[in-house]
Design a protein around this ligand. Structure first.
Ligand code: ATP
Length: 270
């Protein structure tokens, strides 16, 4: 069961170079996660505690998972991912057991980076802790906090969590010694969008009529994940047309198609 709920990647391949538009966030994550793993003596000598846990927050598809994977890769750490939603979809007691397993596994595989996606699923403010489902979620969260509190003796384990819903979080998890380093990962601005476009098209055969700088300007509100899909979609149009080069018109068609999908999305929700 433990193998199903957790994703273990002993050697992730994502590097910092694959991440565009969030240089400042990369720098902060390295400082909070990489430096304490690579250079623990420095923290001891200076006499500061490294952050216990790092919380990445921001809209979907902005690179939070990539950041966690990249830092594991660059420190040769095992990457262990658990989705918060997995921790709550369980029978009584299973959530806390999974949390224990998670930290045990990390201790076996250290150095390790634990990544808990959708942390809000286990740690949101709740108005009604009397219902049994909520009480169970609460227990899972308490288990997580107690694992983090007993952390120092556990060796080379760093923990990163992510959420799209910062406003929903229970403040208990943000106290010192817990997720005490907060890093916002926003949607990219225009320069960031251009960087991300360049990253995702670097192995693509892009025609000379494609101006990535101009394209980036038109991609208002696109996340990194949207830009990745746009690039792939543009490539698909070229292939459908039996061409070897991706042209400007392919990007245009891809954009139209994504805008259409967006509309159907909101129709479905309405
Ligand atoms: P979620 O909150 O939905 O889990 P996330 O922030 O963790 O999203 P990722 O899983 O890191 O997002 O990104 C999804 C994909 O989108 C990546 O695999 C990558 O292809 C692309 N992507 C997202 N952000 C960036 C970025 N900043 N630079 C390059 N590619 C990006």
């Amino acid at each position: 069961a433990r193998a199903q709920a957790m994703e273990v990647d002993t050697s992730p391949t994502v590097t910092y170079d694959d991440i565009g538009g969030i240089d400042e966030q990369v720098r902060e994550v390295r400082e909070a996660v990489e430096d304490p793993l690579v250079n623990p003596e420095q923290f001891e000598t200076v006499g500061v505690e490294p952050p216990a846990g790092v919380l990445l927050y921001g809209p979907p598809g902005t690179g939070k998972t990539m950041l966690a994977k990249a830092v594991a890769n660059e420190t040769d750490a095992t990457f262990i991912k658990m989705a918060g939603s997995e921790l709550v979809r369980k029978f009584i007691g299973e959530g806390s057991r999974l949390v224990r397993d998670l930290f045990e596994l990390a201790a076996e595989r250290e150095p390790a980076v634990i990544f808990i996606d959708e942390i809000d699923a286990v740690a949101s403010k709740r108005t009604d802790s009397k219902t049994s489902g909520d009480a169970e979620v609460q227990r899972t969260m308490m288990q997580l906090l107690s694992e983090m509190d007993g952390f120092e003796d556990r060796g080379d384990i760093r923990i990163i969590a992510a959420t799209n819903r910062f406003d929903m979080l229970d403040e208990a998890i943000l106290r010192p010694g817990r997720f005490d380093r907060l890093i916002e990962v926003p949607k990219p601005a225009v320069e960031g969008r251009e960087q991300i476009l360049r990253i995702h098209t670097r192995n693509m055969n892009v025609a000379d009529d494609v101006d990535l700088t101009a394209l980036a300007e038109e991609l208002d509100d696109y996340s990194g994940a949207d830009i990745a899909s746009l690039s792939t979609e543009a490539g698909m149009f070229a292939i459908r047309d039996e061409r070897t080069e991706i042209r400007r018109e392919d990007f245009e068609q891809a954009r139209e198609r994504m805008a259409l999908e967006d509309e159907t999305d909101s129709d479905a929700k309405a």
